[in-house]
Write a protein that binds this ligand. Structure first.
Ligand code: TXA
Ligand code: MG
Length: 338
């Protein structure tokens, strides 16, 4: 495994090495504007199988295919209606994944035997350069062992993938920090299967209608789901954790004061910074900061070996919806919201 540090100037020789690795069935970890991806050539079944092994990922959980531009979409998927077209025009390239009816060149190992495929066109420069080099389709889940928080920086990623990939491209910590918004148009309505930086409000403004999947905040036990990823444990620290969102700020501070002790880690905003605990991890005071920092802090919290991690929640509007979706799952649905 080799780490390549890429900033604004991308060395063309290194870019070729990375392309060679992908075209020859290798695995490459690369940054996007959301989180790092663990990529393989999407049309190479054997290479794609290596992704599932490296992550320990369930075979029935499909992968997103990353492309260099909107012009590439119809090589791999059908755009069936005007709503899909409008969503593509409005939000791609960007932190947005659209589930479309797949064409036959997308192997069933990528789509986990579904007849659809998630298509994403990252706006991140490094991702774009890799995908543009000979216009390759790259299947890539988030770069993290299955069940763990998504990788947003190379230090966290190395620990999990050191011996499992050909290259890790270090493009610093990712901007947004939470994975893309996943949307599928069902019966003419865009349905959010996973909330992200492109919000419900953004989609409503463009399309005039939007729905949230029923499973964003509830545990899926059995039965059909629109997105297989919803069934699995995700984003979880190793330590028992609890998410607390109490709308009234004074009451929220009071709850933390009464429930924290010197064996606990608190992850939260500046209003909680003086509360007695083993370690306070500041996640920011805006939704953008929280989104950027949260996965790194969920991993960091474990390092203090606390008895418990208490996490401050946010209001579920705008980007807050995506943050709460990840945190509720990270805590294994152990949360208070009032
Ligand atoms: O921001 C992102 O989306 C990152 C970067 C690397 O692009 N990727 C990512 O991939 O988060 P992954 O595999 O960790 O999450 C993809 C989610 C999973 O929950 C999966 O079940 C769902 O999208 N998904 C993929 N293909 C699908 C399909 N055809 N139908 C329904 N859900 C799908
Ligand atoms: Mg993931």
């Amino acid at each position: 495994m080799k780490i390549l540090k890429w900033n604004n100037d991308i060395d063309q020789k290194e870019l070729k090495l990375v392309n060679d690795a992908l075209v020859n069935g290798g695995l490459v970890i690369f940054p996007t504007e959301t989180v790092y991806g663990l990529g393989a050539l999407a049309t190479d079944c054997e290479a794609v199988k290596k992704i599932f092994i490296a992550k320990g990922r369930a075979q029935d959980n499909p992968l997103i295919v990353h492309l260099s531009s909107c012009e590439e979409i119809e090589k791999y998927a059908y755009i069936d209606n005007q709503i899909e077209k409008k969503l593509i025009d409005a939000f791609m390239p960007g932190p947005f994944t659209l589930i479309l009816r797949k064409k036959d060149n997308i192997p069933s190992v990528v789509s986990a035997n579904l007849d659809t495929v998630g298509i994403r066109i990252p706006s991140n420069k490094i991702a774009h350069e890799i995908l543009s080099y000979n216009c390759i389709p790259v299947a890539a889940p988030s770069a993290n062992a299955s069940g763990k928080p998504s990788g947003t920086n190379v230090d966290d990623i190395i620990l999990e993938f050191e011996d499992k990939v050909d290259y890790i491209i270090d493009g610093s910590s990712t901007d947004i920090g939470l994975e893309s918004t996943v949307v599928k148009v069902i019966d003419g309505v865009p349905v959010i299967l996973r909330p992200g930086f492109i919000t419900k409000e953004d989609i409503l403004e463009v399309i005039g209608k939007v729905k949230l999947s029923d499973h964003l905040f509830t545990k899926v036990e059995n039965g059909p789901v629109e997105s297989p990823g919803m069934k699995y444990k995700h984003y979880a620290p190793n330590t028992l954790s609890e998410l607390i969102y109490i709308k009234n700020t004074d009451e929220r501070i009071k709850y933390f004061k009464e429930n924290s002790n010197c064996n606990m880690v608190i992850i939260g905003s500046s209003i909680l910074s003086y509360i007695k605990c083993k370690k306070f991890l500041y996640y920011g005071d805006t939704l953008e900061e929280i989104s950027h920092n949260i996965f790194k802090l969920l991993r960091e919290a474990d390092k203090y070996k606390p008895d418990k991690i208490l996490i401050e929640g946010v209001d579920k509007t705008g980007l807050g919806l995506a943050i709460m979706n990840r945190l509720i799952r990270a805590t294994g649905y152990n949360y208070i919201e009032r």
